[in-house]
Design a protein around this ligand. Structure first.
Ligand code: G
Ligand code: G
Ligand code: MN
Ligand code: NA
Length: 261
């Protein structure tokens, strides 16, 4: 229908834009970075969320140039936050960017990423690429090779929506990941205080496994202070969610980080 015909030219027409949602350190509440979330300002339908067009972009192959555009814009944004902060005076704000499975199999991924980092002068360790757990289930070495190369350069790789993909926990050792992003369903079960004791045990177990493998744990979908507090006590490192801020324009992230400093 209409979206399918408009999508291929939307990038050239400049109809995509990016919102940023803060990533907050659970220990001290400071803003440490942001996740980049793409939106499409459709001339007829208004702002469309990625769920409406990413599957279509994957299907048509547009995801490769679109993903490269998101990466470049987001890394440029991280550079301009850094400049506005007077170098790294406030500590570098890190940038998380989602990667679609189609981008993983595209041969240009590593080179594109290297070039974008070089052009913008952003250090590899300021970038975190998010890949869903389901994209890496059963991944063979060919699929993991580009992620390994990026990880060796210092780019963080996060396993997104972790806990929904039935992956073998022992499998984690094989993956070049340094961050687990716990699926929102775990956060939801922390809505009550105290939370269900079995859910508490499960999150406690995941956190302890993650930390023993030197992985950081980020939680998504934090909507209340009670959730934040229980997840902090369970040892989670970083949080993201409406409790802190909704996804928004880049200037707002800078304001949040400054207020906080
Ligand atoms: O932005 P929302 O808040 O609606 O995001 C919905 C989903 O879209 C999330 O699962 C997120 O990972 C995904 N998403 C957002 N931006 C991007 C992007 O730039 N690339 C890919 N592949 N997925 C994205
Ligand atoms: O994990 P993914 O990359 O799939 O997740 C990002 C999505 O989560 C975006 O659609 C974003 O708008 C949404 N999101 C962010 N914070 C919250 C929150 O606190 N509650 C809910 N329900 N969704 C959130
Ligand atoms: Mn994500
Ligand atoms: Na997620």
């Amino acid at each position: 229908h209409g979206l399918t015909t408009a999508l291929p030219t939307a990038l050239d027409r400049g109809e995509f834009f990016i919102e940023y949602q803060p990533l907050v350190h659970l220990g001290d509440g400071s803003v440490r970075g942001a996740e980049a979330l793409v939106r499409w300002l459709h001339p007829q339908h208004g702002v469309l969320s990625p769920d409406r067009f990413i599957p279509l972009a994957e299907h048509t192959g547009l995801i490769v140039p679109l993903g490269r555009w998101v990466l470049e814009q987001s890394v440029r944004q991280a550079r301009s936050w850094r400049d506005a902060n007077g170098g790294d005076a406030l500590g570098p704000l890190r940038i998380n960017v989602n990667l679609s499975p189609c981008q993983l199999t595209h041969p240009g991924l590593v080179q594109d990423t290297v070039e974008i980092l070089e052009r913008t002068g952003v250090a590899p360790d300021a970038l975190c690429l998010e890949v869903t757990e389901s994209a890496l289930i059963g991944a063979d070495d060919d699929l993991l090779k580009p992620l390994r190369r990026l990880a060796e350069m210092g780019v963080d790789i996060a396993l997104d929506d972790f806990g929904t993909g039935y992956s073998n926990l022992a499998n984690l050792r094989r993956l070049p990941v340094s961050v687990l992003k716990l699926d929102r369903s775990f956060t939801r079960s922390m809505q009550q205080f105290p939370a269900d004791p079995v859910d508490l045990k499960i999150v406690e177990g995941i956190v302890s496994l993650a930390h023993s493998l030197d992985l950081a744990v980020t939680v998504e979908g934090v909507e209340t202070g009670a959730q934040a507090e229980q997840l902090r006590v369970l040892g989670c490192d970083t949080a993201q969610g409406w409790y802190y801020a909704r996804p928004g324009p880049p200037e707002r992230l800078h304001e949040l980080a400054l207020v906080d400093a």
